[in-house]
Write a new protein. Structure first.
Length: 286
């Protein structure tokens, strides 16, 4: 990951200002030579070098979704059946949640659990389902239950509160859900999607809900690596924690931009030059 002189909080304030500008401009965008627009992932127009061939990067595929992140508040690494996360015991939300979604997993038939519970793996302070009651926020999944239909245990663990954040109801059931459905479409079509998602905070002292003081995020990020074509394609999104009904391209950023905003190094197992190229590219969705 690159090092940046600007702080993550200032960078996030800047990107929120850009989002407001997009809104006022009616989401009008002009394609430049630096951005490529297409409906589905495809082979990058710049050929991979021999050391970065499809086979080479796929040798690191196991665990490829796991990012690198060091927080001043610490973080407990927790591995569950269907996803891995880093948990913030102060905010009582995940710092990030990472998982692989494959065509086989999408085809699973395990019914939705709908039974939220505290995570038994947490060593410190926990969030509880009751913290969200009458808060005005949904219990928003980072790794969605719809991606865990391949295993009863994975489904049940996806309802642990370490995988949950206070999320605007309209966002959770609208644009955020739209992206989840697109991920499943891509996994079915291309085989594998590597995904990292989590909350973003612009304030050191965010508002809290419930008896256990769960911190309410200002935004959410999601970063994808789609294993289609000669080499993968990367996508990144930032959603404000508010109601909205917009096309997914409205929320798009490069992975490099989301790294600046979060301080998280995504897909560090990729060969460096391939990682740099993918994370600088803007591959628009509809």
């Amino acid at each position: 990951m690159k090092k940046y002189g600007i702080t993550a909080l200032l960078a996030l304030a800047l990107v929120l200002a850009v989002t407001e500008a997009r809104r006022s401009e009616g989401e009008a965008q002009t394609e430049t030579t630096a951005t490529r627009t297409f409906h589905t992932p495809r082979a990058n127009s710049q050929a991979a070098t021999p050391t970065e061939s499809n086979g080479s990067w796929q040798q690191a595929a196991e665990g490829l979704e796991i990012p690198h992140y060091v927080s001043s508040r610490g973080g407990q690494l927790i591995r569950h059946t269907g996803f891995t996360l880093s948990y913030d015991a102060d905010f009582k939300t995940p710092q990030w949640v990472a998982w692989q979604l494959t065509a086989e997993k999408v085809a699973g038939e395990e019914p939705r659990a709908d039974s939220f519970a505290p995570d038994p793996e947490v060593r410190g302070a926990k969030a509880y389902p009751q913290d969200y009651t009458n808060s005005g926020y949904d219990r928003g999944h980072m790794a969605p239950a719809g991606d865990m239909k391949w295993s009863r245990k994975a489904m049940q663990e996806s309802f642990y509160m370490t995988n949950i954040c206070p999320q605007n109801r309209n966002l959770n059931r609208g644009d955020w859900k739209d992206l989840e459905e697109l991920e499943r479409t891509w996994a079915t079509r291309y085989g594998t999607v590597y995904i990292v998602a989590g909350p973003m905070y612009t304030r050191k002292n965010p508002p809290r809900i419930g008896n256990h003081k769960v911190a309410v995020p200002d935004c959410f990020f999601k970063v994808l690596l789609v294993a289609g074509g000669a080499e993968p394609q990367a996508y990144a999104f930032v959603f404000r924690n508010e109601a909205g009904s917009r096309p997914l391209k409205f929320y798009q950023h490069t992975v490099d931009e989301v790294e600046r905003l979060t301080g998280i190094d995504f897909f560090p197992a990729l060969p460096d030059t391939l990682e740099a190229r993918l994370e600088a590219a803007m591959n628009h969705v509809n």
